[in-house]
Design a protein. Structure first.
Length: 141
């Protein structure tokens, strides 16, 4: 039984298979694990098991080191920054949802206030106001 894995990201590949799928040597996978670049799941007997997501990460690390010429410290920094970006995106989305909810609530409150004004208004019958009426009001003051 493998612990700490999502159901859709089950760790099923042993190190030899993961190495073959990623195009890396098994010892390289162990080094990446020691450096904290990859964390395979473990069985109760402590056998490493890799998921498809782990294999994709290994391929990405290989791309960074091979094609872009990064060292493992650079790869570690890139992965760290990408993880921070993902956290920020999640936080931004949560804040956007909170802002939308607050905006909806404020709109509802404003509408309720406007509705209450309408109840307080008393219609006044219209009467003709002449210039004479306006003049007599100003002379009384």
């Amino acid at each position: 039984m493998v612990k700490d894995r999502k159901e859709n990201d089950r760790a099923v590949f042993m190190i030899s298979v993961a190495a073959e799928l990623s195009g890396l040597h098994p010892q390289t996978l162990r080094i990446y694990e020691q450096k904290g670049l990859i964390t395979p799941a473990r069985t109760p007997r402590n056998t490493r098991l890799y998921s498809e997501e782990d294999v994709e990460r290994l391929r990405y690390i290989q791309q960074l080191t091979g094609e872009l010429g990064m060292n493992l410290a650079g790869v570690e920094k890139v992965l760290e920054l990408e993880a921070r970006i993902e956290k920020m995106k999640t936080r931004i989305e949560r804040l956007r949802k909170e802002m939308d909810a607050a905006t909806r609530q404020l709109r509802e409150e404003v509408e309720a206030v406007h509705r209450s004004y309408r109840r307080e208004l008393v219609p006044v019958p219209k009467k003709e106001i002449t210039l004479r009426d306006v003049g007599s009001r100003s002379s009384k003051t």
